[in-house]
Write a protein that binds this ligand. Structure first.
Ligand code: GAL
Length: 532
């Protein structure tokens, strides 16, 4: 019996390596062994580069039950005491009342774009059109969008940043239910009808991997479902269809008039093979990225279907587990046709890198087990206030190259990138300056040296905010927010001042190479603007 298992394992390894070798996979650039790897360079991003910062509704708005807003799954989750220190997003940064101030913060940095999300239950309190539209909710976003435009800032709208109307969780079981694809499409259509004349860049979903794995796999995020082998695949299946429906709704009804772009934002760490010379570890890293970003990007940007390696892995594990069929659902031919090609750019959120080692896994059905990857982050990598986030700037360059290679030179917006610092009053956030400097410089290298079509960069986040289950204990902001103050006073941090210089120059001048002070950077940017 033991021998039999061993044989299965060897066949499995050979097949995995074969799949890796035959799918024209990414080759890991030698540049990462280069002693010059971390040297900063000077140079500029292309003209028209989008400079933005990002937030999301639940994390900043507050006003959780004001003016007719319905409850979301994050209202419920936080009220159940599932967050650090029993904190909630009830008030958060109070952006529901302070959006004009937020717009001024964006403007002061010179950013050209602002990415925010619409709260579905704020405009459809019952989740559906039949349940009634909340005019006050619609007005809030009209006001925010108008305020941005009046200040020459382009709005970038995310339709779903995790705050599902609670009623859709209660009545339908959330994203595991196919009906949600149609309900999301109705909601998206309402947003397009209201705002498409003013908004040109739309993101349907933020990080569906996090929604499905953390929300439905291990249950540490709302709605808190623990079903590691099944629910994430079912929820993802609905989300992909919902995305495709909304994309097609825009293209069929709004595109000819407004010409906007619609896509999805996906998150993944860069998967670095533990031994970059070892084919098995390379295969493991590739599988990791296919199971995170590829899970969604392959159907949406390639052929309407899941990556082959994912179909093979989940199918094979399901068989080993004695199940009658794969736990990975299948799309019909008709579905594949309407899913394929429904993305106008790659929205990429990335913060860190993970080291991947090939490891055959057995046991109960589990999305992570399905990957046969053992992951870790070396202890000697730098740390941040978030346990999962170790700054690894070169990984961003690797990831951008992977996306370029995998998705045919597609335009990429980095829709989120940033770092957390501890919950203390500190405006001299040098760790954040160092992080942005190194990461942005790697983005510049990817664009200048590797030909990656990077068209925009959004810093996460405009201000400290509700960091999901960590509450207010981790601060990601370019602005400090005083959460003890009923007025939620915002104060600019050094990182915001530093970014102002980078944005003004549209890249790194030679002064910005060095750990120059924000003053020197701003002066050189000013000189550049005035005389060049
Ligand atoms: C992303 C998420 C953001 C923010 C950030 C920092 O995954 O989209 O909402 O929380 O991580 O953890």
């Amino acid at each position: 019996m033991a021998v039999h298992k061993k044989e299965i394992n060897s066949v499995f390894i050979i097949l995995t390596v074969y799949l890796h070798l035959t799918s024209g996979e990414f080759s890991y650039p030698d540049v990462f062994d280069d002693p010059e790897r971390d040297t900063l360079i000077s140079g500029q991003f292309p003209d028209g580069f989008a400079w933005g910062s990002a937030t999301s509704a639940y994390q900043v708005e507050g006003g959780w039950n004001e003016d007719g807003k319905g409850e979301s799954i994050w209202d419920t989750f936080s009220h159940e005491g599932r967050i650090y220190n029993n904190q909630t997003g009830d008030v958060a940064c109070d952006s529901y009342h302070k959006y004009t101030e937020d717009v001024q913060l964006v403007k002061a940095i010179g950013l050209t774009h602002y990415r925010f999300s619409i709260s579905w239950p704020r405009i459809l309190p019952q989740g559906t059109l039949a349940g009634g539209i909340n005019q006050a909710g619609l007005d809030y976003y009209t006001d925010l969008i108008d305020e941005l435009i009046a200040n020459d800032i382009e709005p970038v709208v995310t339709l779903y940043h995790w705050d599902l109307p609670q009623v859709l969780q209660d009545d339908y079981g959330g994203w595991e239910n196919d009906t949600l694809a149609d309900l999301f499409n109705d909601y998206a259509n309402l947003c397009f009808a209201e705002y498409a004349s003013k908004v040109n860049i739309w993101i349907t979903f933020n990080e569906p991997y996090v929604v499905t794995w953390l929300g439905y796999g291990i249950g540490v995020f709302a709605p808190g479902i623990v079903s590691p082998g099944y629910a994430p695949y079912r929820a993802a299946h609905t989300i992909i269809k919902a995305h495709a429906k909304a994309y097609n709704t825009y293209k069929n009804n709004y595109f000819s008039q407004y010409g906007g772009k619609v896509s999805i934002t996906l998150s993944t760490d860069f998967g670095q093979p533990k031994d970059p010379e070892n084919e098995e570890d390379i295969g493991a890293a590739v599988r990791y990225m296919q199971f995170t970003a590829g899970w969604f990007a392959h159907p949406i940007l390639k052929n309407g279907d899941y990556p082959d390696v994912m179909k093979w892995q989940v199918g094979n594990k399901s068989q080993e587990q004695g199940l009658p069929e794969s736990r990975l659902p299948e799309f019909t031919e008709e579905e594949k046709q309407y899913i394929k090609g429904t993305g106008d750019f790659f929205g990429l959120n990335s913060y860190t890198t993970t080291v991947c080692k090939h490891k055959v896994t057995s046991g109960d059905p589990n999305y992570e087990g399905d990957q046969d990857v053992e992951r870790n982050q070396p202890e000697n990598w730098p740390t941040s206030a978030s346990e999962w986030l170790r700054p690894v700037p070169w990984g961003l360059r690797g990831l951008l190259n992977w996306v370029k290679n995998e998705y045919d030179d597609i335009d990429i917006y980095i829709t989120e990138n940033g770092v957390s610092t501890p919950d203390e009053f500190n405006l001299e956030d040098d760790a954040r300056v160092t992080f942005y400097q190194a990461y942005l410089n790697e983005a510049l290298k990817a664009q200048m040296y590797d030909g990656v079509n990077l068209v925009g960069y959004f810093a996460w986040s405009l201000m400290d905010n509700f960091e999901w289950t960590s509450g207010y204990s981790q601060r990601f902001g370019l602005h400090y927010v005083d959460f003890e103050d009923p007025d939620r006073r915002r104060t600019q941090k050094k990182s915001a001042e530093w970014l102002t210089g980078i944005v003004a120059y549209n890249g790194f001048s030679s002064a910005q190479h060095l750990q120059a002070t924000p003053l020197v950077i701003c002066l050189s940017a000013l000189i550049y603007k005035l005389f060049l």
